[in-house]
Design a binder for this molecule. Structure first.
Ligand code: CU
Length: 456
């Protein structure tokens, strides 16, 4: 306040000189009032202009099924607010973050905490910061009631920038990048009704997911896509899925038919589920996280393929698996942006989890070899039109049946909606570099592109 006082003293001196002492006193009083009012306005802009009442409002809030038990908390302006927060969900992690910056921290099922929000002088938006939960409506509003409570801490979030701004699709992958192995190894002459037992750990780890972009991806088995499970009709898979992450996750194997009730439940952090299914039908089947919102969990890496070979599948020289999916980057080092996912605005469309990775590390074939490519569209939202530039398919198997198998007909692209799959076969006529793409051209241009390097 000292600069203002100085100015007031100076003004007073000036007024005394020009108007004489009595009128000067009046003018100085008016000027002082104006300055006090201005100072008051400045103060109200900072604090909301609400006097603390010295009273406290205590509220208990329970979190279940993507909702807060009290989505609106009315607090007399000036009261301090204390929230007793409890996660009463069976299997999902939640939290409460306020626009003012308070954060409960993640609460596992059954956990509780106390949040001291401090003196409430305006409306405050709140939400669950577990990715996707806010978009599914898990929000809470603190409403300051009474006089002077007309301002709001709004619902905008600071995202810390968009990692897509750092992406350069023309750049090489960073050091340490290893391409996802697209080779599908041949099944060794299997006994019918084989039982495949495996453990599939769910992890959360930071990885380079495009040139210049690192994201904290959620994976099955440490990679996105997860490992390819491979068997034949009649095989049984016993998969122990262990959640090492900090969110709730789950799993859904399309390759088996069963009641979802028990095995597709969310698995809380530290929990596990034994998922057993028998593959009674052939195809390339999707598996994915079954936790809400699935769009975000799939977009952040939680998907993979199960290849169940049809009986009498002809042997070929080479087999590859390509899983197409979209990436929606959050901030650098963050996770998929749920708003981009909901708006269906992908930054990239990719085969096996990284844009253009097989341009950097081409898939091999020799002239005249029969090459089979299994393709799964994992989405979460975009279709594919799988095409190999310079080649024609002479055998196409989509969603459990042959679309083309011999004869003089040919196929140029295999169309797949999200969660559909199949395979194509071809032979390359001469040495060269044959690009494979999604012929949805905008997707090819944003990363759904790779190369077959064909030699003699
Ligand atoms: Cu998940």
């Amino acid at each position: 306040m000292s600069p203002r006082r100085g100015r007031l003293t100076g003004l007073g001196t000036l007024v005394v000189r020009r108007f004489g002492r009595r009128r000067a006193t009046l003018l100085v009083a008016v000027a002082a009032l104006v300055l006090v009012a201005a100072a008051g306005l400045a103060w109200s802009q900072v604090s909301g202009g609400v006097q603390p009442t010295g009273r406290t409002t205590y509220v208990s809030v329970s979190m279940t099924h993507m909702r807060y038990s009290k989505p609106e908390i009315d607090v007399p302006a000036g009261n301090r607010l204390v929230i007793a927060l409890r996660n009463d969900d069976d299997d999902m992690v939640h939290d409460l973050v306020l626009a003012t910056g308070e954060n409960s921290g993640r609460l596992a099922p059954g956990e509780s905490t106390r949040m001291d929000v401090g003196v409430v002088d305006r409306d405050i938006a709140g939400w669950c910061s577990v990715p996707g939960h806010r978009q599914m409506g898990m929000t809470l509003d603190v409403v300051a009631t009474g006089a002077g409570a007309d301002q709001a801490a709004d619902a905008s979030t600071t995202t810390g920038g968009d990692a897509a701004d750092d992406m350069d699709l023309m750049a090489d992958p960073g050091p340490g990048f290893t391409p996802y192995d697209a080779v599908l190894p041949r099944l060794d002459e299997p006994a019918h009704g084989e039982v495949h037992r495996m453990t599939l750990p769910i992890t959360e780890q930071e990885k380079e997911v495009a040139p210049g972009v690192r994201q904290k991806v959620w994976t099955f088995g440490g990679s996105a896509p997860g490992p390819v499970l491979h068997g034949q009709v009649g095989d049984t898979f016993v998969v122990t899925v262990v959640n090492h992450g900090s969110e709730s996750h789950g799993i859904d194997f399309h390759a088996g038919s069963l009641a979802p009730d028990k095995v597709m439940k969310p698995i809380p952090p530290g929990g596990s589920v034994v998922y057993r299914f028998t593959a009674t039908r052939a195809g390339i089947w999707m598996y994915h996280c079954s936790s809400m919102p699935m769009s975000v969990h799939i977009a952040n890496g939680m998907f993979g393929a199960v290849v169940i070979e049809p009986p009498d599948l002809p042997k070929v020289d080479r087999s590859y698996v390509l899983v197409q999916s979209e990436q929606y980057f959050g901030s650098q080092g963050g996770s998929a942006d749920p708003d981009k996912v909901a708006a269906e605005e992908p930054d990239t469309v990719v085969f096996n989890g990284y844009p253009d990775q097989y341009d950097h590390s081409p898939l091999k074939a020799k002239v005249g070899e029969r090459v089979r490519v299994w393709v799964l569209d994992a989405g979460p939202s975009r279709e594919t039109a799988f095409h190999v530039v310079g080649s024609q398919f002479d055998r196409v198997y989509v969603e459990g049946s042959y679309l083309l198998d011999g004869g003089s007909g040919g196929s140029q692209a295999m169309a797949l909606a999200p969660a559909q799959g199949g395979f194509v076969e071809m032979t390359f006529p001469e040495p060269g570099h044959y690009p494979f793409v999604s012929h949805i051209m905008v997707d090819a241009e944003r990363g759904a592109h790779g190369l077959f390097e064909v030699t003699r």
